[in-house]
Design a binder for this molecule. Sequence first.
Ligand SMILES: Nc1ncnc2c1ncn2[C@@H]1O[C@H](COP(=O)(O)OP(=O)(O)OP(=O)(O)O)[C@@H](O)[C@H]1O
Length: 246
Amino acid sequence: MSISVESLSFAYGPRNALKGVSFQLTPGRFHALLGPNGAGKSTLFSLITRLNALQDGDICIDELSIRQQPASVMQRVGVVFQQSSLDLDLTVKQNLYYHAALHGISRQHAKPLVERELTRMEMADRANDKVRALNGGHRRRVEIARALMHAPDILLLDEPTVGLDPQTRLALCNYVRDLCEQDHITALWATHLMEEIQPHDPVILLHKGEVLINGHADDLLEQSGCSHYSDAFHVLTSTDKQRGAA
Ligand SMILES: Nc1ncnc2c1ncn2[C@@H]1O[C@H](COP(=O)(O)OP(=O)(O)OP(=O)(O)O)[C@@H](O)[C@H]1O
């Protein structure tokens, strides 16, 4: 199952946040959505998750348009937002049951789902701990488990490693890569941290609301002439000249 973003434009009043953004995700792959602060990553997520209403363009999953069948599209998408929204004073398990209830899933139906997701994220032994007692990496894993409760095919993660140490960041990234490989989940991982991408990753680079690169990580090196991703990211996003903009 794939998601395609088609000619998406969005403005906050007079400020254009996205300008004709188009791309398609490959089913079962880990994709990096790159872009510096203000590139439009969160705005894109807010449109896919319907926090903001579409202005121009469309978002489709297979044949379904978010304009025409929003509930069906949302059923196929799981989201981990930039800001954590776990209840710190509930246990891990209670947070997941609470989320299931919000989605109309009965406790009886939720039970095997909670167990499945906690096992998948290697958090089953922490099920009865309060979230407040977990470290940042484990909290993020609970959020991913929560996002997967309704068995979506597509997982969106908006800068999920913010505030985590480098080792925990890498571990979380690898968890999501495993989800893609083993469970054929399609992931869109927003970040501006170049150490989180790998050479063969499909990559979408956003800058000032436009797609600069829709290809693979190595295209960053090729188009910038740099030999390191972090240098390439800096070169490609630091001036308008590199992207041939007016
Ligand atoms: N609620 C809002 N009202 C007005 N302008 C906004 C709003 N949210 C975002 N913007 C503007 O839209 C543009 C895109 O912002 P967005 O938050 O989508 O980028 P981002 O790539 O997610 O950045 P960051 O990495 O800092 O989260 C920026 O110019 C930002 O200032």
